[in-house]
Design a protein around this ligand. Structure first.
Ligand SMILES: [Fe+2]
Ligand SMILES: [Fe+2]
Length: 245
């Protein structure tokens, strides 16, 4: 079951926890309740009904204006076709590279709009800015920053493993890096650290990752430090399994 938490300023976290080995893992979507309601990530294809129900607790899913896909992966956009189909005004918002490489010219015929770094779009009271973050962790990756509330939606960066509360104040930076190494999510550290530097300058009030809980401003530096001081890039393992070299 998806759980809904209001994080304040019209931003809602929709979260589903699943078992992962002996632990747990969370998939989050974020909903911005504004004149042009926006859903950031959709969750996996089988989660659609549950996530839709959770969206409907806050607003009419048919009123969605944007479904944001930070990169083309099933937990980011597995429900995109159905969310966009139900909402007549909805557009799938991704990076320009994402539109070119992944979200057009295949078995999806809904509307897609690709954004470049620095592009903005008005949601009503709030404004989304697009940040291209190539290779964090896909070629087409981007993040979105809501300027009015200073909220960064960081996708797979700044995540925590396990079943976490909606807001996390604990320093789980080392565990984050360990999980990145075990899962093999980042091919290399350089593109990630380049983005980390940029995000530090952006100085968000909130970081809302798609796995784990949201991090308030004062908690973010401990995670940033872990990324700078610890290994987190690919060491030959995919989901804990060593690939022969
Ligand atoms: Fe991802
Ligand atoms: Fe993800």
């Amino acid at each position: 079951m998806a759980r809904v938490d209001e994080l304040g300023d019209g931003i809602y976290r929709i979260s589903t926890t699943v078992a992962l080995g002996e632990g747990a893992f969370q998939f989050n979507q974020f909903l911005i309740d504004d004149e042009r309601p926006t859903l950031i990530h959709t969750g996996l294809f089988p989660m659609y009904e549950d996530v839709r129900k959770a969206v409907a607790e806050v607003l009419d899913p048919a009123s969605l204006a944007y479904v944001v896909c930070p990169h083309f992966e099933s937990d980011e956009c597995g429900g995109m076709g159905r969310f966009v189909e139900e909402a007549p005004e909805a557009v799938l918002a991704c990076s320009e590279a994402g539109a070119l490489l992944n979200l057009t010219q295949w078995d999806y015929s809904g509307p897609v709009r690709g954004f470049r770094d620095g592009d903005t779009t008005d949601l009503g009271e709030r404004k989304l800015r697009f940040i291209e973050t190539p290779h964090v962790h896909h070629w087409d990756s981007m993040m979105v920053f809501e300027e009015t509330t200073g909220s960064l939606f960081s996708s797979d960066l700044y995540i925590q493993w396990g079943d976490q509360p909606a807001i996390v104040r604990e320093n789980l930076g080392s565990e984050m890096c360990l999980g990145y190494r075990e899962s093999g999510i980042f091919a290399a550290s350089e593109p990630v650290l380049r983005v980390v530097d940029r995000l530090e300058k952006l100085d968000p009030e909130w970081v809302h990752p798609m796995h784990g809980g949201s991090l308030p401003k004062e908690v973010v530096p401990s995670y940033t430090r872990a990324l700078r001081e610890e290994e987190f890039a690919f060491e030959g393992k995919i989901f804990g399994r060593m690939i022969p070299s």
